[in-house]
Design a protein around this ligand. Structure first.
Ligand code: SF4
Length: 370
């Protein structure tokens, strides 16, 4: 059904304080510098070549041989240091292949990472993704040290709404339950009834058994959910700055060039894009779709590092992608991951009272899944 209403900060007289798109990067404190582990040697040697040969096999279809000697010494150092620190590296599907395939212990979409974060045995979690993902890991693992290699890795969706906005929405629509996409800060998660990801958004909305639901902050995901359910959806005016740039016209041009091509798109894209796609799904659903259907040629309408990661896994599938990169995801680099493990920075902290309330919303979603 069409969306019932769409609200934003301008619709409230008392507008809430917006979060900045990114946090300030925490400098290394004198104590952190004193406790730092020694900087490893980062030279390309025959030993490094031998030790990383099996990793290069995983990415050789997407990383040219000339670039590997520049990455391999840091990859080897990260893998050794994470053992010594008893750390685990979680990486989102939008991380570059040398991170996703060569240093990450667990890779996946927000839902997979949130679930895996609850099973982690290590003392330290290094989150290769954006800040709200690291917060989610901390929410679910309050006793563990959660590090993000660059806390400036924000998200246009997470910065579009604050906890105070949710309170204003509740005043405007008393009694209407609120679902928040996981792409929100901890203070927003603390104010809502349940979280969702793009993998389970429709299931979460319907699980509330309410005639109307407030769904925030992604207006396009909200429209997609509204098209899949009879529940009336009230949305927020947020958008992903990567997915909103795609256009239906762009997809039609791909199809005109090759009518047999398959097009798959993420539900954060605008409706005219989804109308042109053969399949719409979360990053995890898109990856499974390619694994199962094994098409000859496919256009992936999402952040372009994910296409690289799938190409590394399935080199015989020709994957085309308009290269829209997420500038926030790309703040995470091998050098910063190593820096994170050496100096134990940047540590993610959340007010315990907010974390406790946010945990209820995230766990309610995870328990629904299970
Ligand atoms: S791709 Fe979009 S939703 Fe994902 S982190 Fe970047 S801005 Fe946020």
């Amino acid at each position: 059904m069409p969306i019932a209403g769409i609200y934003g900060p301008d619709d409230f007289r008392k507008s809430a304080q917006r979060r900045p798109n990114a946090q300030a990067r925490t400098p290394v404190s004198p104590a952190g510098r004193a406790a730092a582990w020694p900087m490893p040697q980062l030279e390309w040697t025959p030993e490094v070549e031998r030790a990383t040969a099996h990793l290069y096999e995983r990415v050789k279809s997407v990383i040219p041989p000339v670039e590997w000697p520049l990455m391999a010494p840091t990859i080897k150092a990260i893998n050794e240091l994470k053992q010594e620190r008893n750390a685990v590296i979680l990486a989102h599907n939008y991380q570059t292949p040398e991170i996703f395939h060569c240093v990450a212990d667990i890779g996946g979409d927000s839902l997979q990472l949130a679930i895996e974060a609850t099973k982690v045995k290590s003392d330290i979690i290094v989150q290769c993704g954006v800040h709200f993902m690291a917060e989610t890991s901390k929410i679910l693992n309050p006793q563990k040290t959660v590090l993000i290699p660059d806390s400036r890795a924000g998200c246009s969706l997470a910065s579009s709404i604050a906890g105070a906005d949710v309170r204003l929405l509740r005043e405007r629509f008393p009694g209407v339950p609120v679902v928040a996409y996981v792409n929100t800060s901890a203070d927003v998660k603390a104010e809502v009834d349940i979280c969702c990801t793009s993998s389970n958004a429709v299931q979460v909305v319907e699980s509330l058994h309410a005639p109307t639901v407030i769904f925030l902050p992604d207006q396009y995901l909200a429209k997609y959910v509204a098209s899949q359910t009879d529940v009336k959806i009230i949305a927020w005016k947020g958008a992903c700055e990567v997915h909103e740039r795609f256009t239906g016209e762009e997809l039609r041009a791909y199809r005109e060039a090759d009518p047999s091509v398959q097009i798959i798109a993420h539900p954060e894209c605008p409706p005219d894009v989804l109308a042109e796609a053969d399949f719409t799904g979360s990053t995890a659903h898109m990856i499974n779709w390619v694994r199962n259907k094994h098409p000859k040629r496919v256009v992936m309408i999402t952040e372009c590092s994910m296409a690289d990661n799938v190409m590394a896994e399935l080199p015989d599938v020709e994957i085309m992608r308009p290269c829209n990169l997420c500038p926030h995801m790309k703040r995470i680099t091998l050098a910063k991951i190593l820096d994170s493990l050496i100096y134990m920075r940047e540590e993610v902290t959340i007010d315990p009272a907010i974390a406790e309330k946010a945990r209820r919303s995230v766990e309610r979603m995870i328990n629904l899944k299970n």
